[in-house]
Design a protein around this ligand. Sequence first.
Ligand code: FE2
Length: 258
Amino acid sequence: MIKLIDTHCHILPGLDDGSQTLEQALQMAEIAIKNGIETIIVTPHHANGAYDNPAFAVRESLSALQEELAGRNMPLRLLPGQEIRIHAGLLDEWDQGQLLCLNQSEYILLEMPHSHIPDSIYDLLYELRIKNLHPVIAHPERNAEIIAEPDRARQLVEHGALLQLTAGSVIGMHGRTIRRLALSLCRQGIVHLLGSDAHNSARCISALAEAYRVLEDQLGSSYAEYYADNANRLVSGTSIVPRDSPRQSKRWYQFWHH
Ligand SMILES: [Fe+2]
């Protein structure tokens, strides 16, 4: 079985709307292990209006759960992260050390509201890039504005964002439209990572392995390999290489024949 890395998961107990108790977290861990996941970057919600989980709270909860796993000989490695809602104080919080990148890399996971793309996002992407951070946008395929106008996703990438799809979207858990959009974003070469975004659901955890299989079937193994390699890069602390998009190469083609 291929060893998988989940780059988006709400497994830490009692921090957000993910697992609520140690027992639930351990159940999620067991299902993850059964599904070939050997590493999870934990990404509790932060600053989303309902939950605040600054860096120290995540670190503390992570070590406690890692210890419980070790005590039970459960082979699952947890690495730190956050899913940070785009909000006015984000840059100040970064300066104050309250934010965590994915596994202490320069990749920072951001969440937009589901209803729209905030106007402030382009300034924020710019400011983050100045700080040498790479913003990763979680589940763009579930954002209403992108669903209505898929080119908005490309715009975010052109402004320095990377995109992370939810595995469940790829396998149709959020309906046919979102599945089609997810695959189309992949085909355009503007997707960089996959994550389960599992809150407390066995189905979402098992969706990760399934999504990799679907991508291999539908788009070819190079796509699945690219996303798996990028997740590996997060874990090993190396940089993610952008994938050349078909549209870019078309532009070059047109330019060449001008
Ligand atoms: Fe999430």
